[in-house]
Design a protein around this ligand. Structure first.
Ligand code: PMP
Length: 307
């Protein structure tokens, strides 16, 4: 599938544009320097119809990222939220991956980035399971990246387009060496996160995840922490060193795209016996029930799309 060849509509600067006509000029500022902000959002089929998961939190984070880099989004949060619903319904999607993004136009290429227009898009398409059902159970073979994630400052923790250069390079390094994902350490050698996922491990029945010094404040991460609390799973947020990962009982990644996915080995060393652990399985199952509206709790996390 070539993404740009899909049929349908994209919300572009407040207008509905045919999928193939949603284009920008080659001198687009963000294309050259990576200064833009974006989100990855999912909508699921639920008993009350198609619902967007934690849309308010995604839009809040989009505005926070924009504020961090001084980019002024020319639409209100409400307008962008409505655009998500509109585009799902126009494209007749039951489940969708959604990509809101705000980026600079092509008025000039100066580094100072003034006098530039800010453009906004919301696209939605079917991206059923990023990871096939078998991987959801078997888990991922992970390589520790030779690249260090730059963290501990506001900029690197915002969801800014250019930050993804490090993720892409690190993931490609892992894939070239026969792995499926990468685990990045931060510049102080603490465990940070995956290319587009937060990291969790379980040791002696306690769920542990790196503190926010080292990683994106992931919305799936927040969800899993809240679900763990509901399920009475002990939880700790702290710095993790790599040795602890090699000796943990279970490990998994979280993210909007991958949802909750086990890690079966790191640098070819199995995590326990290499199969999905019981706490990972429980959180994965509960997460999938939550996003599909099959739990009575946290109903406010779902925004039902008007059709
Ligand atoms: N870390 C990074 C670097 C990411 O790009 C993502 C994906 N947004 C995540 C973690 C997970 O965040 P979320 O659960 O909000 O998708």
């Amino acid at each position: 599938m070539v993404l740009s060849d899909l049929e349908g509509f994209i919300w572009f600067d407040g207008k509905i544009v045919e999928w193939k006509e949603a284009k920008v000029h080659v001198l687009t500022h963000t294309l050259h320097y990576g200064l833009g902000v974006f989100e990855g959002v999912r909508a699921y089929s639920t008993p009350t119809g198609t619902s967007i998961f934690r849309l308010d939190d995604h839009i809040d984070r989009l505005f926070q990222s924009a504020e961090t880099v001084g980019l002024s989004i020319p639409f209100s949060a409400e307008q962008l939220k409505d655009a998500h619903g509109e585009i799902i319904s126009l494209n007749n999607l039951k489940e969708a991956y959604m990509r809101p993004m705000c980026f600079y136009g092509s008025e000039s290429l100066g580094i100072r980035a003034d006098s530039l227009t800010v453009h906004s898009i919301v696209a939605a398409w079917e991206w059923p399971s990023y990871l096939d059902p078998e991987t959801q159970e078997k888990g991922l073979k992970v390589k520790v990246s030779s690249f260090r994630r730059q963290v501990r400052n506001k900029l690197s923790k915002a969801k800014v387009n250019g930050n993804y250069v490090q993720s892409i390079v690190a993931l490609n390094e892992a894939i070239e060496q026969g792995f499926e994902e990468t685990l990045m350490l931060d510049t102080d050698n603490f465990v940070a996160e995956g290319s587009g996922e937060n990291f969790f491990m379980v040791k002696d029945n306690k769920l542990i995840t790196p503190d926010l010094d080292s990683c994106l404040d992931g919305i799936t991460r927040r969800t899993v922490i809240e679900l763990a609390e509901e399920l009475n799973i002990d939880f700790e947020e702290r710095k993790i060193v790599l040795d602890e990962v090699f000796n943990c009982d279970e490990a998994f990644f979280t993210g909007t795209a991958v949802e909750v996915v086990p890690i079966n080995s790191v640098d070819n060393k199995k995590i326990s016996d290499g199969s999905r652990g019981p706490i990972t399985e429980k959180l994965q199952k509960t997460y999938l029930e939550q996003v599909r509206g099959k739990r009575a709790t946290n109903a406010d996390w779902l925004t039902t799309v008007e059709t």
